[in-house]
Design a protein around this ligand. Structure first.
Ligand code: URP
Ligand code: ZN
Ligand code: ZN
Ligand code: ZN
Length: 458
């Protein structure tokens, strides 16, 4: 029996097991896991890890925000993802006022088609809830868009009433509601206060969005999930106080999950003090936090209260986009890049630093997000019958992060100069080699829309 491709002699790492094996691929699927397999193409993985491709369930590709558009589109963004070992992204499709959810999805399909190099799905961000939209949630869940996002902050925020409606509807039809939790009144009052005092520098972005504003909204969303019985996923959780709310809700039996992102584990509010206008590079919402929040987040990953690590990749150039807020921090487009180095950063600062095992790395970056968002077992698993979405990871490769190394289409990285040992050296999507030894082998447009199934509670 010969295979289309064999990944030979690697150490396979799943969310639960570690073993030496060859992986045989046929027709885009994993067809065998065994020894002495032969194939048309053989990838030598001796001394390397073979892991299910990473799954990034929080990206903003080609997204309009604050009068500009995120720099990575579905071509450049998924290329960068693939070089980082990510084989599936779930992007946030934003409903415009008056649009149906399907119209919003169609807008995002048009952005992705012909461009993506890895597979992609869409969460639908509901910004304009009506009776028709509420009813349409059910249709979207069954059409492969089982997750939604609502914002409790920004102009396109929703009321608690709408959040309750969304939770109830998602609960009845097997969907999941993601929430961006910050208290809008706190944030708008503090922005106004700082600007009226002439405090316009990037550091005031963080001071206008304190941890307790996130914790209050997180706690409120968790309680609404408890009251309605609806399933909630708190995205980009940043701080100890918000994590305590999630833990409380989970201990009380609520269907509440949460993720964090590498930036909240590795960077801090101190970054806003960098010279000149450099602090703008870290303007994202919620903002980077005082350092003492990092240890509780790592602990939350270890305990399972934080189920996954996603990127919130939302890149804006420092020159030409971030500088829209040179005289007013509230005009700096919110977001930072990170789609490419996630797996390597979590390997370095999670595994190499002794915080967790390799299997946990796979759980956090691949298997858990795949399960929580209905991509499992096609994605996020190294098993016979699963999509052959695979990353070969060299645990000994030294890389110094820099824009010259990364493929993200943006003029800076928040991780400039950070050294890691361990880097993805080959990425396969449905059995096709997308990247190999730093070269792109796949053509834009090969990535397919993932019609997702039911989310699981973790
Ligand atoms: O600042 C951020 N996070 N920008 C992306 C949009 C969002 O709220 O996730
Ligand atoms: Zn239903
Ligand atoms: Zn958000
Ligand atoms: Zn986001």
């Amino acid at each position: 029996m010969s295979f289309d491709c064999v990944i030979r002699s690697g150490t396979c790492i799943t969310a639960s097991d570690t073993f030496r094996a060859d992986v045989g691929i046929r027709n885009g699927k994993i067809a065998a896991i065994g020894t002495d397999l032969s194939g048309t193409r053989v990838i030598d993985a001796a001394g390397k890890y073979v892991m299910p491709g990473a799954v990034d369930t929080h990206t903003h590709l080609d997204m309009p925000f604050g009068g500009t558009v995120a720099k990575d589109d579905f071509e450049t963004g998924t290329i960068a993802a693939a070089f980082g070992g990510t084989t599936a992204v779930v992007d946030f499709c934003i409903q415009s006022r008056g649009q149906s959810l399907q119209q919003a999805a169609d807008t995002w399909h048009a952005k992705a088609e012909g461009k993506a190099v890895v597979d992609y799905g869409f969460h639908i961000a509901i910004t304009d809830m009506t009776d028709a939209v509420l009813a349409e949630m059910k249709t979207m869940i069954h059409a492969g868009y089982p997750s939604f996002k609502v914002f409790m902050v920004y102009d396109f925020r929703v009321s608690d009433t709408v959040l309750m409606q969304a939770l109830t509807q998602a609960g009845e039809h097997g969907g999941l509601v993601c929430v961006h939790a910050e208290n809008n009144d706190v944030v708008t009052s503090l922005i106004h206060k700082h600007l009226s005092e002439g405090k316009t520098a990037p550091r005031y972005h963080a001071l206008s969005r304190p941890p307790l504003a996130e914790a209050e909204a997180t706690g409120r969303a968790c309680k609404l999930a408890q009251i309605t019985g609806g399933p909630l996923f708190v995205v980009h959780l940043t701080c100890k106080a918000a994590l305590q709310e999630v833990k409380r809700a989970r201990r009380a039996g609520a269907s509440v999950m949460a993720e964090t992102c590498p930036q909240y584990l590795l960077l801090s509010q101190d970054n806003y003090e960098e010279p000149g206008f450099d602090g703008a590079k870290y303007v994202m919402s919620p903002p980077l936090r005082p350092k003492e929040n990092q240890a509780p987040l790592w602990q939350g990953l270890a305990s399972g209260d934080l189920v996954s690590v996603a990127t919130d990749h939302c890149p804006f150039d420092f020159h030409g986009q971030k500088d829209m807020g040179a005289d007013d921090f509230s005009r700096i487009p919110n977001g930072a890049p990170g789609i490419e180095p996630r797996l390597a950063l979590m390997h370095e600062f999670g595994v190499n630093a002794g915080r967790f095992a390799l299997n946990k790395l796979v759980a956090l970056c691949s298997t858990n997000p795949a399960k929580a968002f209905g991509l499992y077992p096609h994605k996020g698993s190294l098993a016979i019958g699963a999509d052959a979405d695979i990353v070969v990871f060299d645990p000994d490769k030294n890389v110094t992060l820099s824009t010259s190394v990364l493929h993200e289409n943006v003029d800076y990285t928040p991780y400039e100069g950070v050294q890691v040992t361990g880097w993805p050296v080959a990425t396969l999507s449905r059995g096709e080699v997308v990247c190999m030894d730093g070269r792109l082998e796949a053509k834009p447009g090969r990535g397919q829309f993932i019609r997702r199934g039911a989310p699981s509670f973790l």
